[in-house]
Design a protein around this ligand. Structure first.
Ligand SMILES: [Zn+2]
Length: 490
């Protein structure tokens, strides 16, 4: 007797092996049988014409506070995601004061408080989010807490304060440490500072994830730095949102992928994640720096390539480029950016900076797993990757463009990230694993959001099970929240 049996379904088991038709049975929150399953259940799902796979693991999110203020996490579960890794790009959930200040750009509403990573994870334990959550410790948040925005090396006491924060996070069960080396204050950190902190993770299984210093013309030096940090500290490396940003840098990913291959050949554990779009998204403050538009900055962006995604006090700016806003203001793009930032310091933007050939080259490469990097602003016009990342990889890149097989695409968002991030009991469909499952239509699965209309659920997600509980049915939320905190195994 099982809680649920999905019959005659195409099984993509997350290993990357070929799919096969069979049954999947769930009981007590676990997968109990896969294949030709005898036995009965009151809940038999007809899987004919459908595919089932492990729930998607979004290894690159900024959902730390969204998991608290939007706990159903519909923007993720509607796209088949059952696990989110939060705390990327140096922005963590603790200490609370700098964390909540950084989160204000995404969440202007009052935020509940907690103490440390332990307190954050306990809060989530008590308020079951819609998907499972694993945390990275944010280096930028730790540095802000220890020494503010100072543009210098930490004094000994400040270094100790940062180490205490990292140690507390690791003891609480964090799966790694992240940096955001284009952002304040992460960009003031030297390589040595990061190595010293990353050394605390040696032997723990926790990894180093990095938004690198420069994804434009400095991409190769940045990848070398990330690899060197992993090598010196003796920890696995995850390069965040691998890309070449800005026209001058296009094509450099061929070389950065080689650097990853070289490191792997030397025995290093180095991988990357990617979102499947030629546009990025970040905060305007990081794009506009030192008169960045039209020359320096993130790959020398022009003002028409920078579109306001979220400006809570100025909704009329959302969806418009800096050049368009400048025209209305009667000034040039740099002056407009300054005025926007003065009014909306946390404004987020969509930036059109990549080329399709690079996106495809990175995606095809075996070092790449999938991560959305979605910014969970539920008002405004966030980058559509927030909802559509996984469906887009499956529908557009696997089914339509045949960049890789559907089973390989599923592997890049299930078994592969589960192995990298240490989710030993998830990521593959086999008896004994936790019952995180997505049932989807392989013929129709596709992202539906656009830059103009981003709040759109993907097509083709039929059902979602999180820890054995049905959270999405017929593409609609059931109202059940069954996510758990995934702590690093000791
Ligand atoms: Zn980032």
């Amino acid at each position: 007797m099982f809680d649920v049996i999905i019959r005659d379904v195409s099984i993509y088991d997350g290993t990357g092996g070929e799919s096969f038709v069979g049954d999947v049975a769930i009981a007590g929150g676990e997968i109990t049988a896969v294949g030709d399953v005898p036995g009965t259940s009151e809940d038999v799902v007809d899987g004919r014409g459908l595919a089932v796979s492990p729930g998607f693991i979004d290894v690159h999110t900024h959902d730390d506070f969204a998991a608290v203020v939007h706990p159903d996490m519909w923007f993720k579960s509607s796209g088949g995601v059952t696990t989110c890794v939060v705390g990327n790009c140096g922005m963590g959930a603790a200490p609370w004061l700098p964390a909540s200040r950084m989160a204000r750009a995404l969440h202007p509403q009052p935020l509940p408080e907690w103490s440390g990573y332990r307190g954050y994870l306990r809060f989530l334990d008590g308020h079951a989010p819609g998907v499972n959550i694993a945390v990275l410790i944010g280096h930028g948040t730790a540095r802000q807490a220890a020494m503010g925005s100072d543009q210098r090396e930490p004094a000994a006491a400040e270094m100790r304060a940062m180490k205490d924060i990292v140690s507390e996070g690791l003891e609480a069960g964090a799966v790694g440490l992240s940096t955001g080396l284009i952002y304040d204050p992460g960009r003031y950190a030297t390589t040595d500072e990061i190595v010293e902190l990353a050394c605390l993770m040696r032997g723990t299984g926790a990894l180093y994830a990095t938004h690198m210093r420069d994804e434009g013309m400095g991409l190769l030096d940045s990848v070398k730095e990330a690899i060197a940090i992993g090598e010196r500290a003796g920890v696995p490396v995850q390069i965040s949102h691998h890309k070449a940003s800005g026209r001058n840098a296009w094509g450099l990913v061929a070389k950065s992928l080689e650097l990853i291959e070289d490191a792997q050949r030397r025995g290093q554990d180095v991988h990357a994640d990617q979102y499947p779009y030629t546009a990025g998204s970040t905060i305007l403050a990081a794009v506009y720096r030192d008169g960045a538009l039209g020359g320096k900055g993130l790959g020398g962006l022009e003002g028409d390539a920078v579109v306001i995604a979220s400006a809570p006090g100025h909704r009329d700016w959302e969806g418009r480029s800096v050049v368009q806003i400048a025209t209305t203001m009667g000034c040039d793009a740099n002056a407009a950016a300054e005025r926007i930032l003065a009014a909306e310091p946390g404004a987020t933007v969509v930036i059109h900076t990549m080329c399709e050939d690079d996106v495809r080259m990175v995606m095809r490469h075996p070092s790449t797993m999938i991560g959305s990097d979605g910014l969970p602003t539920l008002e405004g016009k966030p980058h559509p990757r927030l909802y559509g990342t996984f469906a887009r990889v499956l529908g557009r890149y696997a089914r339509e463009q045949k960049l890789f097989s559907l089973s390989e695409a599923v592997h890049r968002m299930t078994g592969f990230p589960a192995r990298k991030f240490g989710f030993a009991d998830r990521g593959t469909l086999e008896a004994g694993k936790k019952a995180d499952l997505v049932l989807f239509n392989p013929v129709s699965i596709m992202d539906c959001g656009t830059f103009e209309d981003p709040h759109r659920e993907p097509a083709g997600i039929v059902a979602l099970y999180v820890n054995g509980k049905l959270t999405v049915k017929g593409g609609k939320p059931t109202g059940v929240r069954a996510g758990k905190v995934l702590r690093r195994a000791a």
